[in-house]
Design a binder for this molecule. Structure first.
Ligand code: ADP
Ligand code: MG
Length: 485
């Protein structure tokens, strides 16, 4: 059994209790590694290291250029190890290797983007009256606590670390307990690249025992979280005690809306891709598929037919289009929703465990048709390959159903009528809206949700803003006394 130690203050380390927990290969259900089971005391050690590195030592003296160069080096190192990182990622979370390769490329691109942005952060001169000069300085917010999910492990680490480091923050990152291996792997590059000890700390552990103390820690200035809505709500409450800055990305129940005038073949592909990519373990999954009544029956039939071509298989097989779910718990959860769906709607495809696989957390790509938007399978985030297809009658009905959800992360609309498409774009209450596609995600463009999908934006220039404070500086140019008294 390989034990992978975590990374605190530039050192590989166990938890202070020498406690470990297992990490699985979800395609075989076998344990592939053990990692430290941190508690509040380990988190405190990591936060103290990050706080010390923020306050003194070489990091506060680095220029924006220096930080940019470090991020470029990190990106280069990730590219140099891309095949091994993709394989590790694929094994640990079960995603198809071809998708993992895209993720690793996007991970490096994210570090490159923020490497380039580091020295483009600028303040303002403020046009105040009087004989004075007022300007703003943009300063790093401090120690950032970063808590990430298991669906895109290394990419989510990059979305968190890259803007924070570019801004000059120091970081304590906690990967999801299911998928800590890739983040621990890149921790091996930090020292050699030249990140001072304490600037990036990678801690492993469970949400309640390691995540919660990170959120509560008074020396942490900001929490960036991607994960479930339930945990997001706990984080906001806990962060209130120390008035931390918080950004949340909490997933959703995103509508993928198809009008009769959409290109039919492209639409069927887009409906399947939107909900089944990465086993449906995607925060922006197009899990509510809204289809105009005039094409509804034909659409469902074509979706079902094409879904049979989705090849389930071993994550490392290059032909695989869908791997196992990440964990036993997630498998059980998705299986429950498959059963629930059978009581709420018409099962059109899949609906169970994948019979082709005796071991591993494989479920069938599942399509429920004639779903009422009030059904639980249309309201609750399933985070697996389960689609709810819902008919609609005209534009107003589509908008009403699409927005009738507590979430608002993403949405897509398919139509050849640009007037209609843009009307729908404006009417949708969602942070990301695609037209005639679903899921493309770029580091240059903002990512984040409306409503209960969270607040704050990641990626692009928006992403670095969340790690910056604004200091107003006033310089009196008048050498006389104020003359008030
Ligand atoms: P899921 O249940 O689908 O795994 P979570 O939202 O629970 O999704 O997990 C996302 C991340 O949040 C993980 O890194 C997890 O360890 C962490 N987490 C879970 N519970 C808490 C909590 N109470 N406080 C802080 N972090 C948590
Ligand atoms: Mg949880």
């Amino acid at each position: 059994m390989t034990r992978h130690r975590m990374y605190i203050n530039g050192q590989r380390t166990e938890s202070h209790r020498s406690a470990w927990f297992p990490v699985y290969d979800p395609s075989t259900e076998e344990i592939i590694a053990e990692v430290p089971d941190s508690d509040a005391s380990d988190i405190d050690r990591a936060v103290q290291a990050a706080a010390a590195a923020f306050a003194s030592g070489p990091w506060p003296q680095t220029t924006a250029q220096d930080r940019g160069r470090l991020l470029f080096k990190l990106a280069d190192r990730i590219r140099a190890h891309a095949p091994a990182l993709a394989e590790l990622e694929s094994r640990n979370c079960g995603k198809p290797i071809v998708e993992a390769e895209f993720d690793i490329n996007d991970t490096a691109t994210c570090f490159e983007y923020y490497g380039g942005l580091a020295n483009k952060v600028m303040g303002h001169v403020n046009p105040v009256p009087d004989n004075a000069l007022s300007f703003t300085l943009r300063e790093p917010v401090g120690v950032a606590g970063q808590i990430i999910p298991w669906n895109y492990p290394l990419l989510m680490a990059a979305w968190k670390l890259a803007p924070a480091l570019a801004a000059g923050c120091t970081c304590v990152l906690k990967p999801a307990e299911q998928t800590p291996l890739s983040a621990l792997e890149i921790a091996g590059y930090f020292e050699d690249i030249g990140f001072p000890p304490g600037v990036i700390n990678i801690v492993t552990g469970f949400g309640e025992t390691a995540g919660a103390p990170l959120v509560a820690h008074p020396a942490v200035s900001k929490i960036a979280f991607t994960g479930s809505a339930a945990v997001g709500k706990l984080i906001v409450k806990s962060a209130a005690d120390t008035v931390k800055r918080v950004t949340l990305e909490l997933g959703g129940k995103s509508p993928n809306i198809f009008f009769a005038d959409a290109d039919f073949e492209a639409a069927i592909d887009g409906a399947l891709f939107g909900v089944f990519i990465n086993q449906g373990e995607v925060c922006s999954a197009g899990s509510r598929i809204l289809v105009e009544k005039s094409i509804y029956s034909k659409f469902v039939e074509a979706m079902v037919e094409k879904s049979k071509r989705i090849r389930l298989g071993a994550p490392l097989d290059r032909e695989t289009k869908m791997g196992p779910l990440v964990s036993r718990a997630q498998y059980d959860r998705v299986r429950q929703y498959q059963e629930l769906g059978k009581t709420e709607a018409r099962l059109a495809a899949g609906g169970g465990r994948a019979a082709s696989h005796a071991r591993g957390y494989y479920v069938e790509p599942t399509i429920f048709a004639d779903v009422d938007n009030n059904a639980r399978i249309a309201r609750e985030e399933i985070f697996g390959p389960v689609a709810a297809v819902i008919p609609f009658d005209g534009e107003a009905d589509a908008i009403r159903i699409a927005n009738d959800t507590p979430y608002g992360l993403a949405a897509a609309v398919w139509s050849r009528d640009i007037f209609r498409a843009f009307r729908i774009v404006k009417a949708l209450r969602a942070g990301i809206v695609w037209v005639n596609h679903m899921q493309p995600t770029y580091v240059e463009a903002p990512w984040g949700g409306y409503k209960q999908s969270g607040f704050g934006r990641e990626l692009g220039p928006w992403g670095i803003e969340e790690y910056l404070e604004t200091k107003q500086v006033y310089i009196n140019l008048n050498e006389q006394p104020i003359g008030w008294y």
